[in-house]
Design a protein around this ligand. Structure first.
Ligand code: 5GP
Length: 191
């Protein structure tokens, strides 16, 4: 009889503007059976975002209450955002217990905290193809002031400086290729 397969935590980080959302969308299409962890946050929803789909949008009081109750696997006030974000144990535990791997898209502090608790977690850092491309994407979003763009670039530089703390680094030059690389990493760790 084959041993039951075990679910793995797959932690993906990288600066905003590295094209992570498109990449993750494609990853779920291509890597069947992966679950996604919906994070909780105190930031207000952006237009089109839905509660319990994009995030669990919590008031600061509710977030704090759940934090005190030990409901988070990790939670941080994410640098440069001014809001709290966290991974709920209730998002992750059922998947792992069912032998399903689950993807967490979280910041560097969160990633390191998860790794401390789950040594078998797989950590992957997604790079933009270049810093010029990152700046182009941030500017391409349109409405942001120069101040805000500079702040986001500073956040990105801080994140990029932590890339070597991850087990794997993937450059998002070509999204299909980057997705394939991530699928290969995940498959190579399957037991
Ligand atoms: P955004 O507000 O643009 O959706 O996300 C901002 C940042 O929060 C991203 O860098 C993302 O990786 C991070 N983030 C999202 N969810 C979590 C979480 O549950 N924990 C941590 N530590 N960071 C998160």
């Amino acid at each position: 009889m084959n041993a039951p397969s075990r679910g793995r935590l797959i932690v993906i980080s990288g600066p905003s503007g590295a094209g992570k959302s498109t990449l993750l969308k494609k990853l779920f299409e291509c890597c069947a059976g992966l679950a996604v962890s919906i994070s909780a946050t105190t930031r207000p929803p952006r237009p089109g975002e839905r509660h319990a789909v994009d995030y669990y949008f919590l008031t600061p009081e509710e977030f704090q209450r759940r934090r005190n109750a030990g409901e988070f696997l990790e939670c941080y006030e994410v640098f440069g955002r001014g809001y709290w974000y966290g991974t709920l144990v209730s998002e992750v535990a059922p998947s792992l217990e069912a032998g399903k791997s689950i993807v967490l898209e979280i910041d560097v502090q969160g990633a390191m905290a998860v790794l401390e608790r789950y040594h078998a977690a797989i950590t992957i850092f997604v790079h933009p193809s270049s810093t010029e491309e990152l700046e182009r994407r941030l500017r391409g979003r349109g409405t942001e002031s120069e101040d805000s763009i500079q702040r986001r670039l500073e956040v990105a530089r801080r994140e990029l400086a932590c890339a070597d703390r991850y087990q794997h680094q993937v450059v998002n030059d070509d999204v299909d290729q980057a997705v394939q690389e991530i699928c290969d990493i995940i498959r190579s760790k399957e037991v």
